[in-house]
Each structure stands twice: as C-alpha cells, then as structure tokens.
Design a protein. Structure first.
Length: 202
C-alpha cells in the first residue's frame, strides 16, 4: 500500500492510509479518489458515515451518510466557487437545495419525491424577493413577490402557465385586483383610488 517511506524530514508518503480499531475494523481512510484527496470516516460496523474531499474538478465537499450507507446531506462548492447545501431522503433522492449564486442571488428549493421543484424561495439580483409554488409538472402556479422597494404582488397561474389573477399594492399604497382571460387579456380590474372608492373596469 505504501509507495515509499521517507523519514529524513519526518515525512511519510503513501497512496492511502487506513486506520483500524483494536478489532481490526476500518474506522478511517485517507487517500485519493479520482485524483483528489479525501478522508472517509466509518462507524463500528465499517459503514461509511462521513466523506471530506476534493473532487476531480477541484471542488471541495463534505458528504454525510446515514447508518444504512445512504448519502443524506452534502455541503460543497460548485465549479464557479458557489456554495450549496443538498439534503436527500433515505432513497438518496434530492429534496432540499440551498444555494448562493455568483451575483449574490440566494435560493431555497424544496423538491418532491418525484424530483419536481414544488417550492422556491429566493432573493433576486435586484434585491427583490419571491416565493413560488409549483405543481408536480414543475409548473409555477402561485408567485408571491416583493420588489426592491418592498412593493408586493401575487400572481395565480393556470395549468398552461397563463396568469389568471393578480393582486398588488402600488407604491402609493393603493391595492388592485386583476382577473385575466386565458389569452392574457384583462377581464375585470378592481382598484381602490385615493378616495378609497372602488373602481371597476371590464
């Protein structure tokens, strides 16, 4: 296992180091995988529980495993140096992603058992914030946003990605409700003017 030993400068060089307990069970291994260094830690049943290393592309990462050997959580940096956290279920299906992009855009994605994004929460590059609810086809159905000035808006979509209802409060604090046809044309618009009178448009 050792390539060579060099003791002149108190240095030991090898391709892999393995740490075993008194019973000879593997508890830790330090070596190379796909050209990158890594440290693997094992429990008393010699089941991998923690992996720390640098991937083939040079990205560092940490992976946590459960007692059954399934990867359940990871923390790492992507190819462009952006950090991310992944949470997986017992079948190693990705269920939660926490990310930070190059331009400082942060996001949280909640994923169902079939791999579809169902809830997305993010802060946009213009400092606005959005919360998106999607159906099982990754189709956005509810979008709640506040722009950089804190002006809120809520859009409801049909199954064909058409906005059918929109509620907003303008910068002047006046609320508005708009109901739209399938082709995007306005059907009914309700506004509350400065005199707090309801104005209706068809």
């Amino acid at each position: 296992m050792f390539e060579y030993n060099k003791f002149d400068n108190q240095t030991v060089a090898a391709e892999q180091f393995r740490l075993v307990d008194k019973s000879g069970r593997l508890r830790a291994a330090l070596g190379l995988e796909d050209g990158g260094p890594c440290l693997s830690l094992y429990d008393e049943q010699e089941e991998l529980r923690l992996w720390v290393g640098i991937g083939g592309g040079g990205e560092p990462g940490i992976v946590f495993y459960d007692k059954m050997g399934a990867a359940r959580a990871s923390l790492g940096l992507g190819e462009e140096g952006n950090p991310g956290v992944h949470l997986l279920d017992k079948d190693e299906n990705l269920r939660v992603v926490l990310s930070l992009g190059n331009n400082g855009v942060s996001g949280l994605d909640l994923i169902d058992r079939d791999g579809a994004d169902r809830i997305n929460l993010g802060v946009l590059d213009d400092d606005g914030a959005c919360l998106v609810f999607s159906d099982g086809r990754d189709q956005s159905r509810i979008v709640l946003c506040a722009d950089e000035n804190g002006v809120p808006g809520l859009d409801l979509y049909d199954q064909n990605d058409n906005v059918r209802a929109s509620i907003s409060v303008g910068e002047n604090g006046e609320p508005s409700l708009e109901l739209l046809e399938e082709d995007g044309e306005s059907g009914i618009i309700l506004d509350l003017d400065e005199d707090e009178e309801i104005a209706k448009e068809n």
